[in-house]
Design a protein around this ligand. Sequence first.
Ligand SMILES: [Zn+2]
Length: 372
Amino acid sequence: MSLWFDLIKENPAGGRRGRIHLPHQTVESPVFMPVGTQGTVKAVAQDVLESLEAEIILGNTYHLYLRPGHEAIRRMGGLHRFMSWPRAMLTDSGGFQVFSLSELRKVTDEGVQFRSHLDGSSHFFTPEHSIDVQIALGADICMAFDECTEYPAERARAEESLRLTMAWARRSLDHFRAHRDEVVWREAFDGRTQSLFGIVQGGMYRDLRRECAERLVEMGFDGYAIGGLSVGEPRELTQEMIAEVLPLLPRDKPRYVMGVGYPDEIERYARMGVDMMDCVLPTRAARHGLLFTSEGRVNIKNRRYAEDQSPPDPACDCMVCRRYSRAYLRHLMQAGETLSGTLNSIHNLAYYLGIMQRVRGEMEEQGPGNGD
Ligand SMILES: [Zn+2]
């Protein structure tokens, strides 16, 4: 048994209130997943994430493979134990970073040749290798190795990318099924295993997206992601692609849209029926002094906050807003203090997690449309 998904309530607009049962945590959905790139959600300690009620976080396969290395992490009991995170975790396939961060890459049907952005060393990633690394890391959910189609992309390019992604999805799944029993924590969790999600690509072409979704569903993954979005396309197009794909995905499996988005977007997609989302935005923006609040975006560097005694977000109940003023947060930013990134990140994460909590509550109150 890898995961199972309880559909608690389904709303007429498609929104789903659910529960994703993973080995390390039962996750209330729809859920926002903070991104912990290198085994840390930047500037925020694990006990703080717990008190923010984050139930699942991401790890990045590419970064952890390069440093400290997946075999080292396996020897130390897997990523959960290494970083002391007892709740659920998801690792990406490494594909996105290979394509966006590394140099001198060469893509063949077999895999991707690339050079490390850290030391220039040469590496070769295949779907099988990505799965091996993800099994060593031991997240509750692994992702199939895919090629993220850039935007804009000509149709021929999107078709070729889709062909590669389909072949790699098949190989990822076969390799995962043959090796999923090897995860280091299996015995401690009554023989439960990791799960593998397939990723729907297809650029901004509706028919390619549909074709990809249908073929992945035939393969039978534990869940389905929609990837290749938020890569520079207009937001209307992002929404259109999500709306095109969602109805094709099985009702009893989790649906994950990767790498989105702004607060209003994650709320909209949750109401459309997306169960899981992740984004670096709340933490990355925080480190640059951008706060998301109930009153809109606050650029804390702005002079107008120099003596502003009000909390960062008057409507927010997080540990930062209960204790500190805008003036203090601005001062920390101006002084280049590291606490600045920490406090800003905590508030932004609380804001994102709070949106999902509110949406879940509203979905429960809306009737009828109970799940099965
Ligand atoms: Zn706050």
